[in-house]
Structure formats: C-alpha cells, structure tokens
Design a protein around this ligand. Structure first.
Ligand code: AMP
Length: 196
C-alpha cells in the first residue's frame, strides 16, 4: 500500500456555483485527517482553496500553504494555517508543492487548477515522479475533460498507459483508496519510437 504523509490539493480560487463543491472539500479534508494526511495547497483563503484549508484545520490536521508574494493580496494569503511559505513565482510554487507532496488531487477549479494537475501529470509521464494524480469529479464537473482525454487517446496523442496516470472518483474516500493502491504505469520510454 502506498502511504501518504502529505497530499497536494489543487482547487478553485472561487467557490463555484454549487454548495456541493464546498461540501466535497470538507469531506476530503475529513478523509485526509482520518488517514493522518496533511494538506499542501496554494496558501489562499479565497474560494475552495480557503474552504479545504479551514476544513483540514478544523479536523485537526496540518496545512502548508505556498503562495507567490504577488498573490498575497489578490488571493488573500491564509495567515491562520500551520505554515505559510512565501515564494517568488508561480513556477517555484508548483515545484515546492510537488516536492513536499506524496500525491496530487484536483477539486473543481478554473485555469489554475487545470494547469496545475495537468503539469504534474506530464511530470509523471516523463518519469520525473511516480506519485498518484487524481480528479475529484464531484457533480460530474470534470466529465467533459475526461471525455476529451479519451478523445486524445483515440486520436493517438496520449497512449493508453499514460491515460491511466489520472485516477478519478466522485467520492474522496474512494479516490484516496485508489491512491493507496496506485502503481506507476510501466513504460519503457515516454515517447513511443514508432510515433517519431
Ligand atoms: P483557479 O483554478 O484559476 O481559480 O486557480 C487556482 C489556483 O491556481 C490559484 O491559486 C491560482 O493562483 C493558481 N494558478 C493559476 N495559474 C497558475 C499557474 N500558471 N501556475 C501556478 N498556479 C497557478
């Protein structure tokens, strides 16, 4: 079983239209704390980001936030968390989040969230890490994106093995179980020589 100490959660800087998005953030927080898994996230107090940080703290877990200085005001840096790390750039933020975490989950979010989970998946595809990556697909929020990935497989831009990098579930406990059972897909090289 793959044991996680810290999980990175990417999520929206907005709360979104449905209360279920906040609800699932709270459920994920409870599931993480029950398994002694601490939170690494973007360090903001706004949107779903703030909701999951507060929920982990309320459940008794630890929260590490990583935020670029320039976003301190815009995203209202969360000063009540266990540790707030200030970095110089978005790139530094993402690489520190990756370094500190044993797995990566995206809750509903916008460009930032989608960019972050896709970047960490590409790092897995390149063999730069072998930590699990997943989508918490609450209210079918990510259905169209998942369909698109299947389209990319059928159009031969993503191979079947790398498609399996992304774990998906609508339920936090079930997604964490998939993370614990995760084994990195075995590929010899990330580029299939026949496609070059
Ligand atoms: P969003 O999903 O667009 O609401 O953004 C969620 C989080 O991702 C926010 O903390 C954004 O600052 C962050 N974010 C947006 N774009 C990037 C990027 N290119 N690299 C790193 N973080 C980003």
């Amino acid at each position: 079983m793959y044991k996680m100490k810290r999980l990175c959660v990417y999520c929206g800087s907005r709360p979104g239209r449905r209360s279920d998005y906040t609800l699932v953030a709270k459920q994920l927080a409870r599931a993480m704390v029950n398994k002694n898994i601490d939170l690494v996230y973007g360090g903001a107090s706004v949107g779903i980001m703030g909701k999951i940080a507060n929920a982990v703290l309320e459940e008794g877990g630890e929260v590490i936030g990583i935020i670029p200085k320039e976003l301190f005001v815009k995203e209202v840096a969360h000063t009540g968390i266990t540790e707030l790390k200030e970095v110089r750039s978005m790139h530094e933020r993402k690489s520190l989040m990756a370094e500190l975490s044993d797995g990566f989950i995206a809750l509903p979010g916008g460009y930032g969230t989608i960019e972050e989970i896709f970047e960490i998946m590409t790092w897995s595809q390149l063999g730069m890490h072998n930590k699990p990556c997943g989508l918490l697909n609450v209210c079918n929020y990510y259905d169209n994106l998942i369909d698109f990935l299947d389209h990319a497989v059928s159009e031969q831009f993503i191979n079947e093995i790398n498609r399996s990098i992304l774990l998906v579930d609508e339920c936090p406990d079930a997604l964490l179980e998939k993370f614990e059972a995760y084994k990195t897909p075995e590929t010899e090289k990330w580029i299939d020589q026949k496609t070059i």
